[in-house]
Design a protein around this ligand. Structure first.
Ligand SMILES: NC(=O)C1=CN([C@@H]2O[C@H](COP(=O)(O)OP(=O)(O)OC[C@H]3O[C@@H](n4cnc5c(N)ncnc54)[C@H](OP(=O)(O)O)[C@@H]3O)[C@@H](O)[C@H]2O)[C@@H](O)CC1
Ligand SMILES: Nc1ncnc2c1ncn2[C@@H]1O[C@H](COP(=O)(O)OP(=O)(O)O)[C@@H](O)[C@H]1O
Ligand SMILES: [K+]
Length: 504
């Protein structure tokens, strides 16, 4: 599988298998994995620094095997001639590997110091305090060290996982927890979901994976992966010459409540720019009747609108009136492809009956909640959702028998059978009103062209983020990026992807 992401439990199993495979036959001595981790991380540190530095390198080593990795790094870099300081939080029962690493570091030119008071001028911090063995929030000296790193302007290289971050969930451990904010993370044996969602997006920096030579051991199927065009490339197709607007699907946005017409228009514009054959706004209240900037969009009264045979994007600017609820229940009871977003999700959260009917919907369904909408659907708080985005997205997908896009930094795309993908495109420029409406319109267009829900959700999330990245690269953000700019950028990204796929 491309870009697999492994849970801590899976990494532990891989580690065990690798240890027995790599130990010399018939011996029970230390495995070479920690040595390899140390070598890989020292090489990567020099890459980050652009060669052997003249300045000092500070290595923070914790009590467990993550600390062992750090001590290997300290020994390696010192032996190469670097000026290395080590702060070591010694444990009471180090593993044999960590014992060896400590002896190597002590025998090297690395200087062991008791605190970081005279390390302010260093050119690199190596964070080897805690990895996948983090068991509780950081406190005492470990916490103080992490807080100190927050003031450093130099690169910070985390070993395996930024200390303080939960590798499974991407949340900082503890109600008032702290975690290292790395510029780079080198992660061992396999990539981990927590580095790519929620707080992980701010704490991991650039993620580099090193399998420590343990290839062929990743037999247990990872149920999470990083989203990438390869996962939906099979659905990308160039337009046939002998085609017409009917070939590319009708998208109807069920929205347009009084005072919220803009949300429906944004979803409709996204559908248009993503290539829908015909785009309607089926408005629950009398509204503008025209988008002067995009007169291609057709406005209809939702009450008399024929939703059958069309892909419905329900929710953007739909409101929660009795009329809106009635129309939503009508489209949920239909059989066509369906996107459920925003107000439509809140109505489902408030009505177990609607939610049950949604779960029974006959056609393809993608729901696109932000964390608060997901929380309402699950009957918990947004903080609970954010504390474990993967599991909550999975739970929602299973309950509603739908593909879920749990939005926010590192969007989680989940399938009812438990498969999950994390999306790495996008940036905080998207944290502005209306961008979710654009995503919903984009998903609807792909569904309307016959894409399965999973691929449509993967592609839409990837394209939406890539469009935002394109805008930022061109100077239109992240500050002040507007949702209305996204559709054209999505068009550019989609055409580029289709052209690439045609060449492949
Ligand atoms: N084994 C191998 O072959 C390989 C392992 N590898 C590396 O090992 C890492 C995993 O090592 P690990 O299992 O020792 O866990 P680690 O992350 O060092 O932390 C556990 C230690 O911290 C302690 N502790 C926990 N939380 C704490 C807190 N909040 N505050 C204070 N203490 C706390 C805990 O003590 P305790 O909870 O028992 O008090 C224990 O001493 C992995 O991420 C990778 O870097 C790689 O080299 C590949 C090969
Ligand atoms: N910090 C961020 N990083 C990446 N993507 C983000 C970030 N903040 C928001 N987004 C994306 O922007 C969109 C916001 O959607 P939503 O919250 O529904 O907004 P609205 O309802 O105003 O349209 C989602 O696709 C979400 O994933
Ligand atoms: K670490």
């Amino acid at each position: 599988m491309d870009n697999p992401l492994y849970s801590v439990a899976q990494i532990r199993a891989i580690e065990q298998a690798a240890q027995s495979q790599l130990r010399p036959l018939g011996t029970s001595g230390p495995s070479p994995l920690m040595r390899r981790a140390g070598e890989a991380a020292s090489t990567y540190a020099l890459e980050v620094l652009g060669g052997l530095p003249t300045g000092r390198i500070l290595v923070l080593a914790g009590p467990g095997n993550n600390g062992g990795d750090a001590l290997e790094v300290a020994a390696n870099l010192a032996n190469l001639g670097a000026n290395v300081d080590v702060v070591h939080l010694a444990g009471t029962a180090p593993s044999p590997e960590t014992g060896h690493a400590l002896a190597r570091a002590q025998a090297s030119r690395a200087r062991f110091v008791s605190d970081v008071a005279d390390c302010n001028g260093c050119c690199l911090v190596v964070d080897g305090l805690f990895g996948i063995g983090l068991a509780r929030p950081l406190a005492g000296q470990a916490r103080a060290l992490v807080e100190w790193t927050h003031g450093m302007a130099c690169p910070v290289l985390a070993l395996d996982v930024p200390s303080g971050l939960d590798a499974d969930t991407g949340s900082v451990v503890g109600p008032d927890g702290v975690a290292v904010r790395a510029t780079h993370t080198i992660t061992f044996l396999g990539d981990k979901p927590g580095l790519h969602t929620g707080d992980g997006c701010d704490h991991a920096g650039r993620v580099h994976v090193n399998r420590l030579g343990a290839h062929g051991l990743h037999t247990e199927a990872a149920h999470a992966r990083l989203n990438a065009p390869a996962l939906f490339a099979g659905c990308l197709a160039p337009r046939r010459n002998n085609s017409h607007k009917g070939t590319y699907g009708d998208v109807a946005v069920l929205g347009g409540a009084r005072g919220m017409a803009g949300a429906g228009i944004l979803a409709a514009r996204a559908a248009l720019y993503a290539g829908a054959g015909r785009v309607f706004v089926a408005a629950v209240d009398p509204g503008p009747g025209l988008d002067p900037l995009q007169p291609e969009i057709m406005f209809r009264d939702a009450a008399g609108f024929a939703f059958d045979g069309r892909t419905v994007v329900a929710g953007p600017g739909m409101g929660d009136s009795a009329g809106a609820t009635h129309l939503l229940s009508k489209v949920i009871d239909g059989t066509g492809p369906l996107v459920v977003d925003a107000d439509a999700l809140n109505l489902c959260a408030a009505s177990p009956d609607l939610a049950a009917r949604l779960a029974a919907h006959g056609g393809e369904v993608v729901i696109t909640p932000h964390p608060l909408e997901a929380a309402r659907l699950l009957g918990v708080t947004a903080a609970v959702v954010q504390a474990d985005r993967l599991e909550n997205a999975r739970e929602l997908a299973e309950r509603l028998d739908a593909v879920v896009v749990l939005k926010g930094a590192g969007s989680v795309i989940a399938r009812p059978d438990g498969e999950v993908a994390l999306n790495a495109t996008g940036n905080p420029g998207l944290a502005t009103g209306g961008t979710g409406d654009v995503l919903a319109g984009l998903v609807g267009t792909l569904l309307g062209q016959g894409w399965p829900a999973w691929e449509a959700a993967l592609a839409a999330t990837w394209l939406h983020g890539a469009a935002a990245d394109r805008l930022v690269a061109g100077g239109a953000g992240p500050i002040g990026l507007t949702a209305g700019e996204l559709p054209r950028a999505i068009r550019a990204e989609l055409n580029a992807l289709v052209a690439d796929a045609a060449l492949a």
